[in-house]
Design a protein around this ligand. Structure first.
Ligand code: ZN
Length: 180
């Protein structure tokens, strides 16, 4: 994302604290990243050979996602996809979730998901993985508590799917109004 780098650390970036105007400009940039991913999310669509099929529902915003996971013989996520009707933040975050956990073992994926949720809830510092620079766009969402569940829904849904998969059940659904 070279344009974003320029904007954050460019030569004309002044020293010291950010002005209100700059914060607004950053918010605009984040919004653009989220809108772009929401328009063209990665790994969108049902997965025919998925062993994990989990539905998630965020009644606060009306987001509904289904997360599909195909686990290979070594216990790694060979492919993770999602589909559903969701707001821009939820769709963008779902896309990031699929990118974050593809190729990871189901245990690693569960840890990545838990860590992401803890970041969104301000329980741990917000760190952006090097391979997922777009995730920075979600940092500002933490200010809007009503939207945090939009960002965490796909991740919570994945975690639930992993739990169900380990318990020998392939299909499940959650309601994120009560899930954590
Ligand atoms: Zn939403």
């Amino acid at each position: 994302m070279p344009d974003a780098d320029k904007k954050f650390g460019g030569d004309d970036a002044p020293e010291g604290a950010k002005t209100h105007h700059e914060e607004e400009a950053m918010d605009e940039l984040y919004k653009a990243v989220i809108m772009e991913l929401a328009k063209r999310p990665h790994n969108k669509g049902a997965l025919a050979n998925a062993q994990i099929v989990t539905k998630g529902n965020n009644p606060v915003c009306g987001d509904r996602v289904t997360v599909y996971g195909h686990v290979d013989k070594d216990g790694k996520f060979e492919r993770v996809t999602f589909e559903g009707k969701a707001c821009a933040i939820c769709t963008a975050s779902s896309s990031m979730m699929t990118d974050a956990v593809t190729g990871k073992s189901i245990d690693e994926a569960g840890k990545i998901s838990d860590h992401f949720k803890a970041m969104m809830r301000n329980e741990v510092p917000f760190e952006v993985p090097a391979e997922l620079p777009d995730m920075e766009a979600l940092e500002g969402v933490r200010k809007f508590s009503a939207r945090v569940k939009c960002a965490t829904l796909a991740w919570t849904t994945l975690s639930n799917g992993i739990i169900e998969y380990k318990a020998g059940r392939g299909e499940s659904s959650i309601d994120d109004s009560c899930a954590t």
